[in-house]
Write a new protein. Structure first.
Lengths: 278, 323
């Protein structure tokens, strides 16, 4: 996909994130919008995967450690062809395959891990990357984390073990939007100097603008070449990206838009699409 | 049928079972949490250095790593002291292992007060309660070293999903025949009797057999059941014992609240209520001391089990008189 097509895809994914959350009436809008560009780049350009064969043994694995941004995960999987886009409207409803936080037991294709309790996904990604080394496979394991999530101690246990076992088939992505539920990360619990922390744990550190698909793509491709140690991409993003009036506002972390807000936000994104396409 | 052959720590059975599995199945891996020789994982490490991975003193991470390996077709065994294996890691076991329903095998070592001088911090007395409450988890608590070997093998061969296997540090009586059948979920009648049933788990099964022997001298006939699988529990056998003997004593080296005895009481309260007495830790922490001194102080010996039998049989007859 060309970069403009990717931007357009990210816009459509944002629209579906908003639609599904408005329909659900609860859920996490801010982080899902902020990650739309990264997820688009991953599912439509970077990852080796096959929506027709979700359990293809050689596929790259994406582990979503922050289960609360499930809406952007689901919208990306649906647009990639894992299941019908209209199913997104069942999000968080009784009997749905789209659980509030991803649950494999409900049978949604493409879900690698049931997750939602913060701090666990990196360990699982380490296990998958280690299995890849044991089996001499070429697949990549890519995990997605929040910046607030890095306050969990188990993340650093996992970080230590990934470099100890030289897992260069592992890339962790940190959604560095600098906010969490209670407010700015620096107020709630400072995680800086973040690049130095990862470096001192034996990781190759990359930084990029996570809301620029070209920047993220070139950074990811660079990270993929790392030899002998795991890589982390600290991707600067904005919570609520794409909807100017909510960008950077931590109050949108755990909130769903009302039906009226959704209509307004979608109209805004539609207009962006119109100007993009003309 | 049951003779004391030797004194042997049950953890050795775990180590032997793990090595046996390693020889037979390529996808069996072991994850070390620093104390590999304490939990008898060092034999596997020596024999299969390419399939042993060290993860240090970081139990929460090991559980998640195990889940990731299992999601990739491996069958990882991890083991450390039960207090850390089951309790420090409970949320990781709940979500990454049980909710994902993956093939991870967890060895809870050095359980119970019989770990002795290390004291309360290292005496796992809550692990059964916490592990058995988790959906998809199988909980095994074998009675001696021989059976621990069989349980370890069964955890791989008979269960496609999470398993917690409980074993101890101290040398305890090794008394079951090595060719004895082990079916997950199938409790074993080790001695027949009609006046009451002792349902025991772990090395207290040997104490239960001793108690039954003592009581026979007094003309009391006691059945002994070895409940090596606490979950899924053998409801049919427990109900039959309640119906046929009319009284139950449970015996475990674990808190009474939430433990094996509670699991038995849940089954019987619903299906066939009879008087029950519980041998176990009575809502307190342990302390330092020699294992035998501690078992005596906290009332978990054959003598205490025999006392509980007399009491429950009396309750049974009082109960009948009232009706
Ligand atoms: Mg954040």
């Amino acid at each position: 996909m060309e970069s403009e097509e990717l931007e357009n895809k990210a816009r459509k994914i944002r629209i579906d994130v908003i639609r599904s959350l408005a329909e659900a009436g609860s859920g996490h809008l801010g982080g899902s919008l902020g990650l739309a560009d990264i997820f688009t780049a991953l599912y439509f350009f970077l990852l080796k995967h096959d929506p027709k064969n979700p359990v293809w043994p050689d596929r790259d694995r994406l582990i979503l450690s922050i289960g609360h941004v499930a809406p952007v995960y689901y919208a990306s999987l649906a647009h990639a062809g894992y299941f019908p886009v209209e199913e997104l409207l069942t999000l968080r409803k009784l009997g749905s395959r789209l659980q509030g936080h991803p649950g494999r037991d409900h049978g949604l294709p493409g879900i690698e891990l049931s997750a939602g309790s913060l701090g666990q996904g990196l360990s699982v990604a380490v296990g998958m990357a280690l299995a890849g080394k044991i089996d001499q496979k070429n697949y990549l394991v890519c995990s997605v984390h929040g910046d607030g999530e890095l306050q969990e101690g188990s993340i650093w246990e996992a970080a230590m073990s990934a470099s100890h076992h030289k897992l260069d088939n592992l890339i962790a992505i940190v959604d560095r939007n600098k906010v969490q539920i209670d407010g700015p990360t620096s107020d709630v619990m400072e995680i800086e100097p973040l690049a130095d922390k990862w470096k001192s744990f034996g990781w190759q550190v990359f930084q990029c603008n996570g809301n620029s698909t070209p920047d993220f793509i070139s950074t990811f491709q660079e990270a993929r070449k790392t030899f002998g140690k795991p890589s982390v991409i600290i991707a600067k993003t904005q919570m609520g990206k794409g909807i100017l009036e909510i960008e950077g506002d931590y109050r949108w972390h755990g909130k769903a838009p009302s039906k009226e807000e959704a209509k307004k936000f979608i109209a805004l994104l539609d207009r962006q699409g119109f100007s993009q396409e003309n | 049928m049951f003779e004391l052959k030797e004194m042997k720590p049950t953890r050795f059975g775990f180590g032997e079972g793990l090595c046996g599995l390693g020889r037979q199945y390529e996808n069996v891996l072991a994850l070390g949490a620093d104390i590999t020789s304490s939990v008898s994982m060092d034999f596997f490490k020596k024999e299969f250095p390419d399939r042993f991975f060290s993860f240090g003193i970081a139990e929460q991470n090991i559980v998640g790593v195990a889940a990731g390996l299992a999601l990739s077709g491996k069958v990882p065994f991890m083991s450390t002291y039960g207090v850390f294996a089951a309790l420090r890691t409970t949320d990781q076991i709940r979500v990454s292992v049980c909710y994902n329903n993956v093939n991870v095998k967890i060895g809870g070592a050095h359980v119970g007060i019989s770990v002795g001088p290390d004291g309360a911090t290292h005496q796992a007395l809550e692990d059964i309660a916490v592990m058995r409450v988790l959906p998809n988890m199988t909980v095994l608590s074998p009675c001696d070293a021989t059976q621990t070997r069989l349980a370890t093998i069964a955890a791989y061969e008979q269960v496609d999903g999470p398993v917690y296997i409980r074993f101890g540090r101290e040398a305890v009586p090794n008394f079951t025949p090595p060719d004895m059948d082990f079916r997950v979920g199938k409790a074993q009648v080790f001695r027949e009797g009609g006046d009451c049933t002792i349902v025991a788990t772990g090395h207290l099964t040997w104490e239960a057999l001793k108690a039954a022997e003592q009581l026979q001298q007094e003309g009391i006939s006691v059945r002994v059941v070895n409940l090596h699988t606490i979950k899924p529990i053998d409801e049919a056998l427990l109900i039959a014992c309640a119906r046929e003997t009319g009284a139950i004593v449970t015996a475990e080296e674990h808190q009474i609240f939430g433990g094996m005895g509670s699991a038995v009481a849940e089954v019987l309260a619903k299906n066939y209520p009879v008087p029950i007495e519980f041998i176990g830790m009575d809502d307190s922490f342990g302390e330092s001391g020699q294992p035998t001194e501690l078992m005596e102080k906290y009332k978990m010996t054959s003598t205490h089990i025999a006392m509980a039998c007399r009491k429950v049989i009396k309750r049974k007859s009082d109960f009948k008189l009232k009706i």
